[in-house]
Design a binder for this molecule. Structure first.
Ligand code: BEZ
Ligand code: MG
Length: 579
């Protein structure tokens, strides 16, 4: 082998090792729930330390506290932590690991010995000034105290007695520690304040990353995207999902004297520096109920962009509407509808139920159900009157037929895409519908809008990450199993939600099912534990694996299938014996 070839192979190997390392660190750094929340009971110390470390890795301007990671990186003379996060070379990764280890150790010191010792140790070992670190640890001490006190039982009892329950903000602890103590009512946001200045600023970064990722994979940014918008998420982030839609269209919110967002204004193309993106928005029933004014704003944004006399390749919104109206398929007004939700008073896509009950045959049936449930138009008609959820199946089908990428903003550290069935019913559902109507599978993306690097992942990457960090991770499943019956049901539910991604998008690798089978069924001891704790969920898990193979989602070994069938029939006998 020539020297230069050897060198090339060496570089390639280094690149792969680095990539692997990056993945491992990513799994390691995820906040992994170690069991279920028990109503009225505070979590354990280890969980508390994980949570506090996460809280400490973000700036808290409201407390004048800087992120501990940044303070440590600077104290150690390693420069900006932000830079280390985006660094792709070995040196950068090593530095980042060093910072993370110091932060981990200092949070552990804080847990054992309190604020003062933690500050002192950081000052001695990493030259972080105690005046800075005490602000962070002071906040952590308050959170820790509030985590110990739970007002949940008291809050429930009050509510049942018809008494007043004090409200607090709705979010997760990392996003907004003032959600604590738990056990309070949740208050929403003023819909006219959405999107907030912060949400709009953060959204720009995520949207740029998203478009860049598509460009890297497909040679150019997408011309048309379908977005999923949820109500609670937009409450928690003060409208980050909404702000992302506005950035994609290339418009900015206009605020009145009371700081209410009442209008939008197109950003000139030379300022935007890229083509606009046409967006189809499928919003949840909760979003529709909470954000009526925002739906009108989004509709207005689309129509405003459609009026701009710009070249077709830079303004696909206008181009798509013109093309459709010009072909006589529908009126110009109909061609401009982009905000869809359920019929008034109805919620959800039901795609999750169709999957869980195995009630579909053809590949596109799930997407068709999504369209049936979500084809109600919101916004204003030509006479300026609200459309109020008029049925517009043709309009949604036509809009989806042009979509090249689908996307949902993930804004929680606590809930991932296989924890609940709602992510696959929405993002999976709309992607499946696009595949039928556009006759090509869209690129499917999710963002970790809270991660400091504004990460964007494909659905395939996200399923792999969730599988490694949770479903197959002993820390996660042992935490679940400590809850007995319910814990087994949670494991089964993760497998079914993963299966939901296969059903709607085909995004699940074979190894995922193979490893699930190996971990929970082929391991006789584990299968016995599951069967003893909850034979019904154990049977459902085995049945779901067999269904994955039967539907062609998993190319399994014949020997493995044989063993799964045996396990299934043993569980049947066991359940009948118990009954
Ligand atoms: C929402 O907040 O819009 C939502 C919550 C749960 C499931 C689906 C949507
Ligand atoms: Mg639910």
């Amino acid at each position: 082998m020539s020297e230069s070839r050897k060198e090339k192979n060496g570089d390639e190997r280094d690149r792969r090792v680095l990539e692997l390392w990056e993945r491992l660190v990513e799994v390691e750094q995820r906040l992994i729930p170690t069991g279920l929340h028990v109503f009225g009971r505070a979590g354990g110390e280890r969980e508390c330390a994980d949570l506090l470390r996460m809280v400490a890795s973000f700036d808290r301007p409201e407390r004048g506290a800087r992120a501990l990671t940044d303070l440590v990186a600077e104290g150690l003379g390693l420069g900006s932590y932000e830079k280390l996060l985006t660094s792709r070379d070995e040196e950068g990764w090593k530095r980042r690991e060093r910072v993370d280890a110091v932060v981990r150790a200092s949070v552990a010191t804080f847990m054992r010995e309190g604020v003062e010792r933690a500050c002192l140790r950081l000052e001695e070992e990493s030259r972080v000034s105690a005046s800075e670190s005490s602000k962070v640890f002071g906040l952590l001490a308050e959170i820790r105290e509030r985590l110990k006190t739970s007002a949940e039982l008291e809050g429930l009892a009050r509510a049942l007695r018809g008494e007043y329950v004090e409200p607090g903000p709705g979010a997760d602890i990392v996003q907004n520690p003032s959600v604590l103590p738990t056990g309070r009512n949740t208050h929403a946001v003023n819909p006219y304040s959405v999107p907030s200045h912060t949400a709009y600023a953060r959204a720009e970064r995520v949207v740029n990353t998203l478009l860049e990722r598509h460009r890297a994979e497909h040679g150019r940014p997408p011309r048309t995207m379908a977005l999923v918008l949820w109500g609670l998420d937009n409450i928690k982030t003060q409208g980050e999902g909404v702000a992302q839609a506005l950035w994609l269209l290339g418009v900015r919110p206009v605020r009145d004297a009371l700081n209410r967002v009442t209008d939008v204004e197109p950003i000139p193309l030379e300022q935007l520096g890229r083509p606009r993106v046409d967006v189809v928005m499928t919003v949840s029933g909760i979003f529709r109920d909470l954000f009526g004014a925002t739906m009108l704003l989004l509709d207005k944004a689309v129509r405003r962009v459609a009026e701009l006399e710009e070249p077709a390749e830079l303004n696909p919104v206008r181009a798509n509407i013109e093309a459709q109206a010009g072909s006589g398929e529908c009126s110009r007004e109909e061609a401009a509808v982009r905000v869809f939700s359920n019929a008034p008073g109805s919620y959800g896509t039901n795609v999750n139920f169709m999957v869980m009950d195995s009630q579909w045959e053809q590949a596109g049936a799930l997407g068709e159900l999504f369209v049936t449930r979500k084809c109600f138009a919101y916004g204003r008609g030509p006479d300026g009157r609200s459309l109020e959820g008029r049925e517009a199946r043709g309009a949604l089908a036509r809009a989806l037929s042009r979509v090249e990428a689908t996307y949902q903003n993930i804004d929680s550290f606590e809930i991932g895409i296989t924890d609940v069935d709602h992510y696959f019913e929405y993002l999976g559902g709309v992607s499946n519908a696009v595949e039928s109507h556009a006759r090509v599978r869209p690129a499917i993306y999710l963002s970790d809008s809270l991660s400091r690097e504004a990460r964007v992942r494909s659905v395939e990457e996200m399923v792999r990450l969730e599988t490694r960090a949770k479903t197959l991770n002993p820390k996660w499943y042992e935490g679940m199993l400590s809850h007995g019956f319910r814990g087994v049901a949670e494991i089964e539910s993760h497998v079914t939600n993963t299966f939901g991604w296969s059903a709607t998008t085909g995004a699940v690798d074979d190894w995922v099912y193979t490893e699930v089978a190996r971990t929970f069924v082929l391991d006789a001891e584990m299968l016995e534990r599951l069967s003893r704790l909850n034979p019904h969920s154990a049977r459902s898990l085995v049945a779901r694996l067999l269904e994955a193979e039967g539907r062609g989602f998993w190319d399994a070994d014949a020997g493995v299938i044989e063993k799964l069938r045996d396990a299934f029939s043993d569980l049947e006998d066991r359940i009948e014996g118990v009954a």
